[in-house]
Every structure is written in C-alpha cells, then in structure tokens.
Design a binder for this molecule. Structure first.
Ligand code: HEC
Length: 103
C-alpha cells in the first residue's frame, strides 16, 4: 500500500513536469497577428515611413482610444473609420498593447 502511493506521487510529478513547461512556453501570438495588417500603412512596428501618422511613441491608451473613436465615428478619418469597425474592443486593446510595446 505504501509503495503504491509512492508510485502514484512519482507518476503525478512526472506528468506535472511534462505539462508545466508546455503551458509556460505558450506565447499569445494574437496581438502580433492583429497588428500585422496595420504595418502596411503605419510601417513595421508602427514606425510609419511616410505621411501616415506613426503609432510608434503613442501609448496603448492613445492607440486604443483613437481606434475606438474611429470605430464609433466620434473621430473622422479617411480610412481608419472603416478599418476600426472591423475589430472588437478586446482586439483593439490587444493590438494597442502590441504597438505600445514595440521598441
Ligand atoms: C490603408 C492604410 C491604413 C491601415 C491598413 C491602417 N491605418 Fe491607421 N491610419 C491611417 C491613416 C491615413 C490615418 C490618419 C487618419 C485617417 O485619415 O483615417 C491613420 C490613423 C491611425 C491612428 C491615429 C493616430 C494618431 O496620431 O492619433 C491610429 C491609432 C491608427 N491609425 C491605428 C491603426 C491600427 C491599429 C491599424 C491596424 C488595425 C491601422 N491603423 C491600419 C491609415 C491606415
């Protein structure tokens, strides 16, 4: 009986050791995936090369509130109103966080 419980403990700790690294290594790629189409106009990492405003240097709050204002037509743009309407508020927060973290 005593030996059986040791085997159970050994089996449990082995499976925990196999499961834990897999979950801690899991990366959330959603912010980068969501931010990808923005790079076409705003430049890689939000650093716009042309006349389109850069997202680089803006805080996550500034990007998210700008996007939400475009989405609700509280702010007028040429293209951003249509683009912003394609995203949920959660997706906007994720992509805003991504751009605010780019070096
Ligand atoms: C087709 C080109 C294009 C794409 C794609 C695009 N943008 Fe824009 N963005 C613009 C332009 C142009 C403006 C200036 C406002 C306007 O005319 O709509 C702008 C403005 C903004 C602003 C306001 C910046 C400021 O200085 O206040 C934010 C925030 C923004 N875009 C975020 C995004 C995000 C996030 C995405 C990806 C989902 C994105 N944009 C995709 C062209 C684009």
């Amino acid at each position: 009986m005593k030996q059986k419980s040791w085997i159970t403990i050994a089996a449990l700790s082995t499976s925990a050791a196999l499961v834990l690294p897999a979950t801690t290594l899991a990366t959330d790629y959603r912010p980068a995936m969501l931010a990808n189409p923005c790079a076409g106009c705003h430049g890689p990492d939000g650093d716009s090369p042309g006349s389109i405003p850069s997202l680089k240097g803006l805080s996550a709050e500034e990007i998210a509130s700008g996007m939400k204002a475009f989405k609700k037509d509280r702010r007028k743009g040429t293209v951003m109103n249509r683009i912003a309407k394609g995203y949920s508020d959660e997706e906007i927060d994720l992509m805003a966080g991504y751009f605010s973290r780019t070096p």
